[in-house]
Write a new protein. Structure first.
Lengths: 354, 254
């Protein structure tokens, strides 16, 4: 997927994309598997087995498809080494002064990122909602019961239907079950730095793509982003606050990974719309690959939060209308409709069940 | 409805400085950005989304299904960080002469001054252990856990948020929900625990009724009467807390 969508860029960028997108794909897979299993009162341990098998199949398919795509692209151009950029660089970026400035900026960014990672380990943010989400995950990881009983107390109870519609905590439970590490440690120590690193990777990807030929400006962009994350605590409700304070909750992943990734994919899709004459990996269907990627991302939005369905639908709807007016075309409508399918199905199921 | 929308907006934006910068960045991009895709996603889509946010019908729809307190999440759709970062880069790139190096520094300073450092939040604490839980929670829970079974314990308020995160083997007659106004959850043991001076025998009787194996209280907690007489003699002292253990229910530890 990464190689297909970012073929003009160094493979290292598509690998970075694959890492972030692959995680979201795993979220989507988990949602598809978890929802029926929770409703049928199946065990988390069984879900973990199915999810692991599904993840392995997706990984093998992804590696095969990516390798084939890379090989065919390399053959087609007769170039394209692993570190060779296909996009021509801006002459301004090639001056010695610009290169030195870029190196200094990379060093500052690396330092900020390192500080963020270290702080994720040595500091902890005590958010009250963890009492529900992490407790739900802890309970499932040890007993296998998903959304049965009252997470706050441990007493038995009916299936918590509303919260089970967005079973992100089961992701923590599965990681705990598979690794043998206590769920509380997975939630508070392992997941936060990974989510932060993925968010940074996503910003780097977006920055690389929107800055186009001025790749030398990317580190400056990333410094600005890191500073905004550090100082984004204008209220306890901003995505930046969620990233640091509630990184083990699905809402944090929704705000910092899923929605920005959806926006990024819409951007790539719109770029392809503007390049009608260029051939894509899918020949006559250049929008198919971004559309499939968008669908996987909206599916992952459903896992993260019940509100993820509404937010992803709203973003799709508004983006479609704005782009249709700008491009005076609706030929991307099928792509948006395809991407809207998971949240629409989820919303209908929610209305039916809750 | 309008008060709710604007109230949530004000709460979300805090001082509003960073959001003003964001709006300025959108206006800047509106005039300077030529690329169609970026104009669409950084200018037009956010403008429509922001306009939608202030529509009472949309908020009514969200409030009906999601609840009042989460409507602000619609503002998550605005790519604030991306737009500010990108506009900052464009501004820096367009600076000429001696301002070339000063502009990025000024942009960073503007972000710092307009925002608020998350690590300075009062909710941020130094991690005390591998679970990132308060040390007293870990120590008390480890002390009362019995291998192979669940135990029921009554805790002071400061434990409620953490106990079930740390271990599913310690259950409680009431949890963090009693602290949340929205749940309007009252529990008779919680009411007893809230009293300035605890009636030990009443608390013991309630603990027995709810099949509690332990009662945990701060060492200096004011108490009238004796928990031992109610079937909960003092068992251990851990991190400033006294653990009272039942002599009524069999824990299977002997």
């Amino acid at each position: 997927m990464g190689r297909g969508l970012l073929k003009e860029y160094k493979p290292v960028w598509s690998l970075l994309f694959s890492w972030v997108f692959g995680e979201l794909l795993l979220f989507g897979l988990l949602h598809v598997l978890a929802l029926p299993m929770i409703l049928r009162e199946e065990s988390l341990f069984l879900l973990a087995k199915y999810w692991t098998a599904g993840a392995a199949v997706l990984a093998v398919l992804g590696i095969c498809a990516g390798t084939l795509m890379w090989a065919s692209q390399k053959k087609a151009r007769g170039e394209g080494g692993f570190f060779l950029e296909i996009l021509p660089e801006d002459p301004k970026a090639e001056t010695e002064g610009a290169k030195r400035t870029a190196r200094i900026c990379w060093a500052i960014f690396a330092l900020l990122f390192l500080v963020q990672m270290v702080l994720a380990f040595v500091l902890t943010y005590r958010d009250g909602d963890d009492a529900f989400y992490v407790s739900t995950a802890t309970q499932a990881a040890t007993s296998g019961y998903m959304y049965r009983g009252v997470a706050y107390t441990g007493s038995s109870g009916e299936l918590n239907l509303r919260y089970s519609m967005a079973p992100f905590p089961m992701y923590l439970s599965i990681l705990s079950f598979l690794s043998g590490v206590p769920c509380v440690t997975i939630a508070h120590v392992a997941v936060p730095p990974v989510l932060m690193a993925m968010t940074t990777a996503l910003y780097a990807l977006v920055g690389r793509v929107i800055l186009k030929k001025r790749a030398d400006l990317l580190p400056l962009f990333l410094i600005f982003v890191q500073v905004l994350i550090f100082f984004g605590n204008t209220s306890v409700q901003t995505p930046e606050n969620f990233l640091v304070a509630r990184s083990r909750q699905g809402k944090a992943a929704l705000a910092n990974l899923v929605l920005p990734m959806l926006l990024f994919l819409i951007y790539l899709l719109l770029e392809r719309m503007g390049e009608r004459r260029k051939k894509s990996a899918f020949g006559r269907f250049p929008l198919l690959l971004p559309a499939l990627a968008m669908t996987a991302v909206t599916l992952s939005a459903c896992l993260c939060s019940v509100l993820g369905t509404a937010l992803s639908l709203l973003l799709l709807g508004v983006s479609f209308v704005c782009s249709a007016v700008m491009y005076r075309s609706v030929r991307h409508l099928p792509a948006f409709l395809l991407a809207a399918l998971p949240p629409v199905a989820d919303a209908l199921l929610y209305l039916y069940l809750v | 409805m309008w008060h709710t929308i604007t109230g949530l907006y004000r709460e979300y934006t805090g001082t509003g400085l960073l959001f003003v910068l964001y709006l300025a960045a959108v206006v800047f991009l509106f005039f300077r950005e030529k690329n169609r895709e970026r104009r669409c996603l950084f200018v037009y889509v956010p403008a429509v989304l922001l306009a939608l946010y202030f529509q009472p019908w949309l908020s009514a729809l969200f409030l009906r299904f999601g609840g009042e307190e989460i409507y602000y999440r619609l503002l998550w759709l605005l790519p604030v960080t991306l737009t500010l970062g990108y506009a900052g880069v464009m501004l820096s790139e367009q600076a000429k002469g001696r301002f070339r190096r000063a502009v990025p520094v000024l942009v960073v300073l503007l972000f710092v001054v307009s925002g608020s450092l998350i690590y300075a939040s009062p909710y941020v604490h130094r991690a005390e252990n591998a679970a990132h839980m308060p040390g007293y929670v870990v120590d008390v829970c480890d002390a009362i856990t019995v291998p192979g079974r669940e135990v029921m314990a009554i805790f002071p308020d400061e434990f409620l948020q953490f106990v079930r995160q740390y271990t599913p083997y310690v259950c409680m007659p009431y949890g963090r929900d009693v602290l949340l106004e929205e749940y309007n959850s009252h529990h008779e043991i919680a009411r007893e625990m809230e009293r300035e001076v605890i009636d030990a025998e009443r608390l013991g009787a309630l603990a027995t009724r709810y099949v509690c194996h332990y009662i945990i209280l701060p060492e200096d907690r004011a108490m009238e009467g004796s928990l031992a007489r109610a079937g909960y003699p003092e068992w251990k002292r851990v991190d400033g807390y006294t653990i009272y253990r039942t002599d009524v229910f069999d824990l299977g530890t002997d």
